[in-house]
Structure formats: structure tokens, C-alpha cells
Design a protein around this ligand. Sequence first.
Ligand code: TYD
Length: 209
Amino acid sequence: MQNRLIPTMPSSSYPGSLLVFEGIDGTGKSTQISLLARALTEQGHNVLLSYEPTDGPLGKKLRASMIEGRLSPDEELALFHDDRRDHVKRLILPALREGKIVILDRYYFSTMAYQGTRGYDPVKIREHNETFAPIPDQVFLLELPVATALKRIGVRDGQGNSFEKKENLEACTRVFDTLCDPFISRIDASQDVETIHAAILKQTMVTTS
Ligand code: TYD
């Protein structure tokens, strides 16, 4: 299955660059984001880090649902979209217009994967998101077997939440596996932190003005 769609709003039409990290829980996205941000800042770039769900009211409601119990599929999907719409307007687009490198910990590919596992068509989710969210310049997709990811989550916070169940992460992996855009770099997240960082840095292409 191919999820490639005609880009409607490529972020390359802005002075900045949009870099996104995706992958199932436990793949080490936040560690790699910190390392990349530090390296790019040392190179003199103006870097802005952000994440989804955001820390705004809608993102907070989503995070609460991970602990207290999942919302209905419709409510959850709508909240992720509303949270992202707000994120794009409030932070992502202004930063891209100012020429910053925006690095995101999760974006609409996570909605395709995680809400796609709740009965929605990932291609339709993508199509909808690309009506309001800029298409990234680059996506680093961190890949790890679910068993390894679960072991890491266990070490990190003891007990997986409802998003982090084995079957759910396996279904998410199947959606991530379908992505085939030229801007997607697949990264073997089972390697050591420095090797992964070096691979990511080597593949990072940023254009800022
Ligand atoms: P995560 O980045 O793992 O947060 P934390 O670092 O606090 O563990 O994101 C939280 C969860 O949100 C993760 O399990 C995936 C889920 N998620 C979705 O289901 N849909 C989405 O669109 C996004 C952005 C995240």
C-alpha cells in the first residue's frame, strides 16, 4: 500500500525547515532529538523543539486520557487534529516563516499509525492533515522491534499505558511500514545512541535563510 499523496502545502515553501521524528514508543526519539538540536545549534542554526500532543489544553487532555482511559475513537481523533491545528498556527508556521529549524517529536504520521489502528483509514487521515499542516522536509522514522521497544518502555516507566500495548504497537508499526515518501529516512534504532545520532546527522538536510 502506498500512502504517498500529492503535497499540497510543502514546508519548503517557507524559509525554515521542518524535521520530524516518528516511531513507536520506546525508540529513543527524544534522546536523538536533543542530540540533533545540539549539533544544529552548534552549527549556528536557530532551532526550535516541539512535540505532539502539545502542552496546550488539548494536548493535556490527550495526555490525561492515556492515564485515565482512552477517549472514544472519534473524540480522540478530533482532539489530535484540533491540538495540531493550534500547534501549526501558534508555533510551527511562525517559526518556519522566521527561518527556524523546527524539530518535532511526533506529527501527523503518528495520527495515521495510532488512530489508524482504531478503525480509520491512515491515507484519509493523512489527506485531512495535509489540508492544514505543512508537509515536513524530512522525517526520521526510528525503527525497532516491538519486543525491544516494550522492554525499553518497561525500564523507563514500569508499566505501559493503553497506547503502548503490544498489539497496538504492532499495528502502528504496520502503518509506519507503509510510508514510502522520499523525505522519509528509516533509522535502525537498535544501534547505540552515538551511531544513530551520526546516521541522523549525516542525512540531515536543512535550508534556512
Ligand atoms: P509520546 O511522544 O510517546 O509522549 P511521552 O514522551 O510523554 O511518552 O506521545 C504520547 C502518545 O501519543 C504516544 O503513545 C502516541 C500518541 N499519539 C497518538 O496516538 N496520535 C498522535 O497523533 C500523536 C501525535 C501521538
